[in-house]
Design a protein around this ligand. Sequence first.
Ligand code: ZN
Length: 260
Amino acid sequence: MSCLVCSSAHTDLKFFKSKIEYFLCSDCGAVYCEHIPASLILTENSDPDGRAELDRQEIRIERIHAALGRRTRSLLDFGCGRGAFVDFARSQGIESLGVDQHTKLQLPDLAGKLFDAMTVIEVIEHLPDPVSTFGQLVSLLRPDGVIYGESSFVDFFPDIREAPYIDPAIGHRCVFSRKAVGLLASRFSLETTWLNNNVFLLRHPAPLRLRVLNTAKAGLALLRRRNGAALNWRRKASRIRGAVDFGSGDDSPGDGLRAR
Ligand SMILES: [Zn+2]
């Protein structure tokens, strides 16, 4: 079978874990298998101990704010488990949604929405088709938005065949290498930043983000100018009405903003 990340059919190594054959991709270094029968999966570790700890949640949000260069206003937690991170983000005033295998809300339901930030925390290793899933995620990402991911990577396993992280019992279908993350990102013209051995950020290259921001700023300035012109016109109209109404005092500051 071909690699789930880069489609290469070249393998450096094949080995079995609980009767499931895993392949090490020669080209991107990902370790993947063809299928994991549901009967073999003991847990897909949704919200395992530690993942939902408060200080970890705070650190994630701080990293996302820092990556955006501003407070994130909207967030999608893909692979949200029982929703602990979504709840935490909401408690911070961030409009947040969660999607997982079992949730009623699924990615196609979000078509047309755009998020400042997306989180994929201990998720990418479970995906049967990471390219297709990331295609859907990127279509929901603001051009200046960020995807924040956590996983464990093949590069840091002393012996891939013995790594407990590569195991069908925990539903790990495709364990990425750092190179594989970079390749997946580049398919969608995203660049990868590593915050540490387990945490990565994906986003559009800076020039594009800047172009988008500048366009947004220019749009905002235009709106302000138009609003200013409308305000002046309304004040004039208001004064005229005031004159007709024998000075009703209708031209008080800001009054022109009231909907009429
Ligand atoms: Zn590959």
